[in-house]
Each structure stands twice: as structure tokens, then as C-alpha cells.
Design a protein around this ligand. Structure first.
Ligand code: BTN
Length: 240
């Protein structure tokens, strides 16, 4: 096993899903932090039952870390903010935005995806896919995808991973010492559509309203008529 900062890191040639590999590592583990990456990922999972296409050269990574479940809702904001800051550090002039709950958009197209899953014994598995070299061109996706390379931003999965881990570790330290407030403020400063009309598609329905922000647990605050509703999970769309 190699190391990145104080994480144990396994880089596989090929796997079905790095999240499955990381989930497997959590069984019987204690006091360790793991990163699993793969050069090829053949059956990646996405949010809400969707898949994640594994194009070569892209980053497929999963972190396994012990964390109290009450913090998991906030963790996704630390993860996505750290992704944004990594891209911005590597490419300072990039046009980049966040989209609730956990997407990162470059030039208004999706470059990454995040999938949180519950491991064993208090472990959280954080799966991240980043379109470094290529992006899937699939009809009917909920948000069009792009890769950094297609926009002229050249890097490779390992350079990106190491920069990401530096930034993520720093942000986790800040979160642990100062709380979620500062992370939430920084996240809101770069989110798309704050204060604007949005549409949210949940499992049950679609709702239109004004995107007012996120609460202390990361739930979306949507102003509809005269009340503010809290949305737990869903996909956000922006009217053209
Ligand atoms: C999304 O739907 O936007 C989330 C996609 C998450 C994909 C990543 S790729 C690495 C890790 N392994 C998986 O099987 N999924 C995540």
C-alpha cells in the first residue's frame, strides 16, 4: 500500500467499482483511512440508482473514513468545495460553479460526481469521479458532461488526486475546528442559481421556487409561495 498524506492508498489496474472496493475494506477496519483508485472502472455507480461510465484517463476514487453519521450530510459540501478548489488551484481562470447537492460544473457542464455510501463500523465511503480526459456523451442525461481536457485544461488523474487530497485534508481540519458555517459560506459563494428560480425534481414530484441557500445540514432551502421548504434529496434544474 502507498500513502497520500496519512491515508493508505491502493491504486488498482481495473475494478468494477472503487466504492465496492472501499466498502470491502471497511469490514473489520478501525483507525485507518483508505483511498482506493482504479485506472479502469467497469461498473461504476452514480446517485439515485444511476451508473457512472468509466472512461480511461479519468479519476475514479473512493475514500473510506470513520465519521459520525450526523456529519455525513455536511461532508458532501466539504467534498464538493474541495473539488472546486482543486480545479481552481490547477487552472486559476476556470469558469466553475457548484450545483446542489454535490455537482461541480465547468463551463456549465458537469465534470464530476460524488456518491456517499455507508460502510461498516461507522465508516463512510466517499466515491468521486472526475472527467479528466473524456466525458461520456449520453442522450437523455440530466445534465450534460464535459472533461477538463476537452476544455483545454490538461492534467492527469494522479496529479489531480494528490492536489485534491491536500485541499480536502485542509478543509476537513477547518471543518473540525471551526464548524460547518465557514464551509457553507464558501460553498454558497460559488453555487449556481442562488437567489434565482430553480426547479427541483425529487423522487415524488417537481417543485419550482427560489433557491434561498442550504441549512446547517446541507438541506436545500426552496421558497415556494410564502413558505420555505427543506429539500432532502433531488436534482436541481435551471430554467433557460
Ligand atoms: C453521480 O451520480 O453524480 C455520482 C457518481 C459517482 C461516481 C464515482 S466514480 C468512483 C466511485 N465508484 C463508483 O462506483 N462510483 C463513484
Amino acid at each position: 500500500m502507498q500513502k497520500i498524506n496519512n491515508w493508505e492508498w491502493i491504486d488498482l489496474a481495473e475494478t468494477g467499482s472503487t466504492n465496492d472496493e472501499a466498502l470491502h475494506l471497511t469490514s473489520g477496519a478501525k483507525g485507518h483511512k483508505y483511498i482506493v483508485t482504479a485506472q479502469k472502472q467497469n461498473s461504476g455507480r452514480g446517485r439515485r440508482g444511476r451508473g457512472w461510465v468509466g472512461l480511461e484517463g479519468n479519476l475514479f476514487m473512493s475514500m473510506a473514513v470513520e465519521m459520525e453519521p450526523c456529519k455525513w450530510g455536511q461532508a458532501v459540501f466539504v467534498v464538493s468545495l474541495s473539488l472546486l478548489e482543486t480545479v481552481r488551484t490547477l487552472f486559476p481562470t476556470v469558469d466553475i460553479k457548484l450545483k446542489w447537492p454535490n455537482d461541480v460544473l465547468v463551463a456549465d457542464r458537469k465534470i464530476s460526481g460524488i456518491l456517499l455510501e455507508k460502510g461498516e463500523g461507522g465508516y463512510l465511503v466517499i466515491g468521486i469521479g472526475v472527467n479528466i480526459k473524456k466525458a461520456p456523451q449520453i442522450e437523455g442525461v440530466i445534465y450534460p458532461a464535459v472533461s477538463l481536457a476537452e476544455l483545454g485544461y490538461e492534467t492527469d488523474r494522479i496529479t489531480f488526486l494528490k492536489k485534491y487530497m491536500d485541499i480536502f485534508d485542509k478543509n476537513v481540519n477547518g471543518w473540525n475546528t471551526c464548524g460547518f458555517g465557514a464551509i457553507r459560506q464558501r460553498w454558497l459563494a460559488d453555487v449556481k442559481g442562488l437567489g434565482c428560480e430553480i426547479r427541483v425534481r425529487t423522487d415524488k414530484e417537481e417543485k419550482d421556487g427560489i433557491f434561498e441557500g442550504v441549512d446547517e445540514n446541507g438541506l436545500l432551502l426552496l421558497k415556494t409561495n410564502d413558505k420555505t421548504e427543506k429539500i432532502y434529496a433531488g436534482d436541481v434544474f435551471f430554467p433557460r
